[in-house]
Design a protein around this ligand. Structure first.
Ligand SMILES: Nc1ncnc2c1ncn2[C@@H]1O[C@H](COP(=O)(O)OP(=O)(O)O)[C@@H](O)[C@H]1O
Ligand SMILES: N[C@@H](CCC(=O)OP(=O)(O)O)C(=O)O
Length: 426
């Protein structure tokens, strides 16, 4: 196929969302994410059997006419043995070196495994920045659509060699959710070494959760650490986060094992199905809700909490009672109510050392006493992401010092409906 003959038609209009996992059998565009635990072992690098088995399943579905995007972890794990590393390094530069070596090995194996079925694959390395700015977001979208037009299976990974703890997605589960959003997928499938989400660590006799329709279905779920393989980054927590990000943007998600990949694609009753709900959200606000590293907290009084969370208004200095952490204008901050629960995330217009003189004062006072540059809202409504749980009093706050790297909001976040068109990837 040449560029002239490649189908240059735009992608078919988004289909109606899949109502249940059985709809996966007829989905036209699916993002599939596979974790390190399924593909590699610390001792032996890439498991040829696992990688080839997955490639066989995905190549068959691609050949049957479904557009497949594969988000594949495993670069870091695949690079350990060649670098003589006995286990996954904790130092970022060593992780970057292992990923740089391993990514090439991974792609070579995928190229060969899909090639046996006559399916062409491509490498797509992304960083947070690629998805957070309008220009690069649109560019990534165009490239992916063209690859799919050519019948290629794009294989996506975070560009670990240039990512850093500050800006990286932190794990490929969340990256996969943002890619599903980028390409307007019909569904997201998260494959791991466990066949579903359970109400506790499977090793403790927990019960499978077949479906999640909202935050209430996750309230009693105990999520343990990274799995037995010990090579993963995300653990089940990031899968739940990723599935929630996706479902909240109207893209349903299935969490199951790589061994169940064929059954999942056939729409069989496997895994945990996260029902798609909510409207498609701007990717910049999804980042703010789930991926951004929160730099501080603005504690607000009840009036401001209601204005922000219930009436979707900008946050003004008059409603802020205290400030925690150190941050600069433009940084992501949490907005918490007086009981300490986080009700929203937002981008602040003022630095933490500017705010104390502003707290509790009206816009008129600020303009008169400090000058016109202090008239702006502390957080504009278009830079606000409301956490759905605010009605139940928000979610427990994490002080900035305790915020884990790649911090994310509670899975139940949603976005304020921005008043302007100032949004990305809408
Ligand atoms: N509530 C839970 N339900 C299912 N799996 C869980 C739960 N809590 C912890 N886990 C563990 O999470 C692991 C999957 O995370 P991880 O090791 O990061 O896999 P991957 O490399 O595929 O991302 C499973 O092996 C499982 O043991
Ligand atoms: N970019 C990294 C991703 C690490 C990661 O998210 O791993 P996992 O939790 O196993 O999906 C790699 O390829 O190793």
């Amino acid at each position: 196929m040449t560029e002239n003959t490649a189908s240059l038609t735009t992608v078919p209009a988004p289909k109606r969302p899949l109502r249940s996992r059985s709809g996966l059998a007829r989905a036209q565009r699916i993002v599939v994410k596979v974790g390190s635990s399924s593909l590699t072992t610390v001792a032996g690098g890439i498991s040829d059997e696992a990688l080839t088995g997955l490639a066989d399943v995905l190549a068959a579905r691609r050949t049957a006419g479904t557009e497949i995007i594969l988000v594949s972890s495993g670069a870091i794990s695949a690079g350990l043995a060649p670098l003589g590393l006995a286990k996954r390094p904790t130092q970022l530069s060593s992780q970057q070196a292992a990923a740089s070596v391993g990514q090439g090995l991974l792609m070579a194996r995928y190229t060969e495994a899909f090639g046996r079925h006559g399916v062409t694959v491509s490498q797509v390395l992304l960083t947070v920045e690629d998805l957070m700015r309008r220009t690069t977001h649109a560019n990534a979208n165009r490239a992916m659509e063209r690859l799919l037009n050519f019948g290629v299976v794009p294989i996506v990974n975070e560009n670990d060699t240039v990512a850093s703890h500050e800006i990286r997605f932190g794990d490929n589960d969340r990256l996969a959710a943002l890619v599903a959003h980028l390409v307007k997928a019909d569904a997201l499938i998260l494959l791991s070494d466990v066949d579903a989400l359970y109400d506790g660590p499977p090793s403790e006799g927990a019960v499978r959760i077949p479906q999640v329709t909202g935050m209430q279905d996750l309230e009693d779920v105990r999520i343990g650490k990274v799995g037995k393989a010990g090579v993963g980054t995300g653990g089940m927590a990031t899968k739940v986060e990723a599935a929630t990000i996706s479902a909240q943007s109207g893209i349903p998600a299935l969490v199951t094992s790589t061994a169940n990949a064929a059954a999942a694609l056939a729409g069989e009753d496997v895994g945990t199905w996260f029902v798609g709900r909510g409207r498609r959200q701007p990717v910049r606000l999804l980042w703010l809700a789930h991926v951004a590293r929160i730099q501080g907290t603005l504690v607000v009084d009840d009036g401001a909490a209601k204005a922000v969370a219930d009436r979707r208004r900008s946050l003004l200095a008059a409603g802020i009672t205290s400030v925690k952490g150190h941050f600069e204008p433009g940084d992501p901050v949490a907005i918490s109510n007086l009981t300490g629960n986080v009700i929203a995330h937002g981008l602040t217009n003022y630095a933490s050392d500017e705010l104390p003189q502003m707290l509790g004062r009206s816009t008129r006072e600020l303009s008169k006493n400090l000058g016109r540059s202090f008239e702006r809202a502390v957080v504009h409504v278009n830079d606000l992401v409301i956490l759905q749980d605010h009605k139940s009093g928000g979610v427990p706050a994490e002080t900035p010092a305790e915020t884990p790297s790649g911090a994310s909001a509670a899975p139940g976040s949603s976005v304020a409906s921005p008043e302007s068109a100032n949004t990305l990837g809408g």
